[in-house]
Design a protein around this ligand. Structure first.
Ligand code: IDP
Ligand code: MG
Length: 133
């Protein structure tokens, strides 16, 4: 069994999709090991997304992620990282496959409803960022 970090982002939280997305996660065989709702500070959002600090969308991303509450979850499943990214769909909600979470609950390439780690190494780092390992 492997873990990954999932975040339900402010756009989906504001629209009231927390329970829908949690249900999709559980229906797809993930266990939610730990979870909490929090409102990210500017400092936390900058630190979490530091790999994107040189990207043109960085300021927009930090502003978005601090605009309202997020719900963060430590998920467990075999091949959790890839399985969660598959369930989320493509980064751009407009291009995400039908039935994926980003297609169902996101809006565009910025407000795309959820985050998922992109490797086992980053999953461990991101889980430690929010939880005690
Ligand atoms: P990912 O979330 O699918 O791993 P990344 O490339 O790691 O995608 O980007 C991190 C987040 O930054 C995205 O989920 C999205 O919210 C935002 N983002 C990515 N590309 C753009 C863009 O071109 N414009 C605005 N926001 C973007
Ligand atoms: Mg990414």
């Amino acid at each position: 069994m492997k873990n990954t970090l999932a975040i339900i982002k402010p756009d989906a939280m504001i629209k009231g999709h927390l329970d829908n997305i949690r249900k999709d996660i559980l229906d797809n065989g993930f266990s939610i090991i730990e979870e909490k709702t929090l409102h990210l500070s500017n400092e936390q959002a900058c630190a979490f997304y530091d790999i994107h600090q040189d990207k043109p969308f960085f300021d927009e991303l930090v502003k978005f992620m601090t605009s309202y509450e997020c719900h963060v979850m430590k998920l467990e499943k075999e091949d959790a990282v890839i399985e969660w990214r598959n369930l989320m769909g493509a980064t751009d909600s407009q291009k995400a496959d039908l039935g994926t979470i980003r297609q169902k609950y996101g809006t565009d390439i910025s407000m795309n409803a959820t985050h998922g780690s992109d490797s086992n190494e980053n999953a461990d780092k991101e889980i430690r960022f929010f939880f005690n390992g």
